[in-house]
Design a protein around this ligand. Structure first.
Ligand code: SF4
Length: 354
């Protein structure tokens, strides 16, 4: 059993079989869940025999770093991890002044199939365990030596976090040990039952919702999940989502040239989100060889026109202009390159790293 898979309130009972007195269990819990160590030997205040007994029964395994991209001009860097079963996942490190965000994957693929997304292009993958999700976080935090008070976490990597709900909630509980819920954002394609479950939590992360089109027809074209969870029902679920003072729902909108980036689209988007405490994050599309050729990034002028129209319609908006663009930060692109390379070489590339 991996101790990083446990919710904080389950650690003490699980360790009771191996360690006593109870304060030892709490010390171990701190090493695992607060400091994220990946070896029992690192637990310097725990007796050697206890560490050996723990190592016999439990693991602290975290994903292995396969590669890192060169840092982009804005400092962001993408990590490609290998899991114990050979699956590959991605995470992104994004420094932003005195804050740092880490973008985590929640699944080793994605069944949702958004047509603008490389992870969706390569199809479904299994749910990640809490240890595999938290492992991405701890590996990067350790490597970059980021103090926890500077950290933000976003679930915007590979996968749909609300389709891995139980493991997501365990992960959140562990992360809350070192950061407030408002510093964590869960981004969803619009899984309404998952949004409703999140709404019931006592401590809720921020919610980001990937909208990408102002009407049902176009949203269904690029996000087939809309057929299952219609746009009007999704907007109603967002209106019901409880927000503490000062918090917003982030509306993500991937801008595709000539498709959803016109002035009329901006006006329609402003109308769609009226009444929701929301801010829009406009994300110019990241072109990729695996995605439909007609999907293009709008020019800076077109992006500005879209954004200005939103602002005129009293919508708060930010643009993710370059963060990670240089390192193929859109989810799944790095893994997609590796899969494509592997297919071209009959699988030898992937195996040679294993
Ligand atoms: S954008 Fe997110 S939900 Fe859609 S296919 Fe990609 S990983 Fe899945």
């Amino acid at each position: 059993m991996n101790l990083l898979d446990l919710a904080p309130d389950a650690v003490e009972a699980t360790l009771a079989e191996v360690v006593s007195p109870a304060f030892r269990a709490r010390q171990i819990e701190e090493w695992v869940q607060l400091r994220g160590v990946d070896s029992f030997d690192a637990m310097t205040n725990i007796p050697k025999e206890t560490r050996a007994a723990l190592a016999e029964r439990f693991t602290l395994a975290q994903p292995e770093v396969l590669s890192r991209t060169e840092p982009a001009p804005d400092g962001s860097q993408k990590y490609l991890f290998k899991l114990a079963d050979g699956n590959r996942i991605e995470s992104v490190y994004m420094p932003m002044g005195d804050r740092t965000s880490i973008c985590l994957s929640s699944q080793a693929g994605c069944a949702v199939g958004c047509t603008f997304c490389v992870t969706g292009f390569f199809g479904a993958g299994r749910n990640l365990t809490p240890a595999e999700i938290l492992g991405q976080f701890f590996v990067i935090q350790r490597e970059k030596q980021i103090p926890s008070e500077q950290m933000n976490v976003v679930f915007m990597g590979m996968g749909e976090p609300l389709l891995n709900y139980e493991n997501l909630v365990t992960t959140l509980e562990v992360l809350y040990r070192q950061m407030a819920p408002r510093r964590i954002t869960v981004s969803t394609s619009g899984i309404i039952p998952g949004i409703e479950e999140l709404a019931k939590l006592e401590r809720r992360p921020n919610l980001a919702i990937s909208i990408n089109a102002p009407d049902r027809k176009r949203r269904e074209e690029i996000m087939p999940i809309t057929a299952k969870y219609p746009l009007d029902e999704l907007m109603a679920a967002l209106r019901r989502f409880p927000l503490e003072k000062g918090r917003d729902i982030t509306v993500e909108y991937v801008l595709l040239a000539g498709y959803n980036d016109s002035t009329q689209d901006a006006v329609a988007l402003a109308k769609l989100i009226r009444g929701i405490h929301a801010k829009v994050n406009a994300i110019p599309f990241n072109e990729d060889a695996n995605l439909p050729k007609w999907m293009k990034r709008p020019t800076d002028r077109e992006i500005d026109r879209f954004v200005d129209t939103l602002v005129k319609n009293r919508v708060r908006v930010t643009v993710r202009r370059s963060k990670g663009r240089d390192i193929a930060a859109a989810c799944g692109q790095l893994r997609g390159k590796e899969i494509a390379k592997s297919r071209a070489t009959g699988g030898r590339e992937m195996k040679s790293e294993g």
